[in-house]
Ligand binder design. Structure first.
Ligand code: ZN
Ligand code: ZN
Length: 343
């Protein structure tokens, strides 16, 4: 067995790194109060309780802090700490910039066809100006009538328009896509035939956001299991601006992220300033679950394609590394990944 580490020092180091990453103070307090509890107990007492498996009977010690303490006592660097250390020493601006530099494109953008403010060409030209190698056009699906969702017929017309533009814009590549509504039963709001022809499918929940956790979990897991879906868009649906505030949807995040990891789908980090979805706590969970992520602007106007750094900052703070980011892949690898979902 490796030499035991000092669990108190590890807990305090975690609290420090969380504070440096601007985490809410209640989350930091859990680690500081666990450290205080251990200090009171003394090393012998801690070791006894660890052996007896009774650490959690102490006030201030929960599942995460217990796991951390046990790892320290075994002489292992706690997983929670290791994840924070991976990013903790680097100033945020630098870490976020490194992630931004790794991105090759954007997988979520709207045009005039649904509720966006720019034509496909304007979006493409802006993306080229930003140095993107590709941009996925993801207008809304039929059910979202408030956003002028595209019928099958309109989407087919869009595919032709994209093919024509691509001939002109190469080597830049416009990719075909959709932000398809995830219906209440978890099915997707477009035909399988058409979804199968698209390069990238982002699926999002846009209705019944206040549903109970159980049906919402089943809805999301069903969508993740659908071979056509590649990216789960803005998973909690929260809105954070004062004008338009909406709490995150309720679902079993462990189960949803496990499904995403199992089916090799990406969890989107939505970079819109009013969304910034998922919240950091959930994003850390997704990273821990081994999920891939995509960092997308969900741009509804050309200038909004510049919002990627918002998402990069969160990715950095939550320990996302470039090899987990699908839009850090080169075009061919990205397309191979989405194709791999369809049997
Ligand atoms: Zn959406
Ligand atoms: Zn969108």
């Amino acid at each position: 067995m490796a030499d035991p580490r000092d669990p108190i020092a590890d807990l305090k180091r975690i609290a420090f790194l969380l504070e440096a990453a601007m985490e809410p103070s209640y989350r930091v307090r859990a680690f500081r109060s666990a450290a205080a509890t251990l200090a009171e107990l003394g090393p012998e007492g801690v070791a006894d309780r660890a052996r007896a498996g009774t650490l959690r009977e102490l006030s201030g010690i929960g599942e995460v802090t217990e796991r951390t303490i046990l790892e320290s006592l075994r002489g292992e660097e706690p997983v929670y700490l290791r994840r924070l250390e991976a990013t903790g020493g680097i100033p945020m601006a630098e870490g976020a910039a490194a992630i931004r530099a790794a991105l090759r494109g954007d997988l979520h953008a709207h045009t005039l066809a649904s509720d966006g403010g720019g034509s496909i060409r304007e979006m493409a030209e802006t993306a080229i100006g930003l140095g993107h190698a590709y941009l996925v056009i993801t207008d809304h699906s039929p059910r979202l009538t408030v956003a002028n969702g595209l019928s099958a017929e309109r989407l087919e017309e869009q595919l032709d328009e994209i093919a024509t533009l691509n001939a002109e814009l190469a080597p830049f590549r416009l990719l075909t896509g959709i932000e398809v509504d995830i219906n209440e039963d978890g099915s997707l709001d477009q035909s399988d035939e058409l979804l199968g022809r698209l390069d990238v499918v982002v699926g999002s929940v846009h209705s019944q956001l206040r549903a109970e956790s159980r049906p919402m979990t089943i809805r999301m897991v069903t969508a993740l299991a659908n071979p056509h879906l590649d990216v789960l868009g803005h998973c909690t649906g929260r809105m954070t601006t004062r004008k338009r505030r909406r709490p995150p949807s309720d679902f079993d995040a462990d189960l949803v992220f496990a499904a995403a990891a199992r089916f090799d789908k990406a969890i989107e980090i939505n970079a819109r300033p009013e969304r910034l979805d998922p919240p950091k706590r959930l994003l850390r969970l997704a990273v821990e679950a081994g999920c891939r992520v995509s960092i997308d602007t969900d741009a509804h106007a050309p200038g909004q394609l510049a919002w990627l750094p918002n998402g990069c900052e969160r990715a950095f703070l939550c320990g996302v590394t470039p090899e987990r980011i699908v839009n850090a892949m080169e075009l061919d690898d990205l397309l191979a990944w989405t194709a791999s979902h369809v049997p």
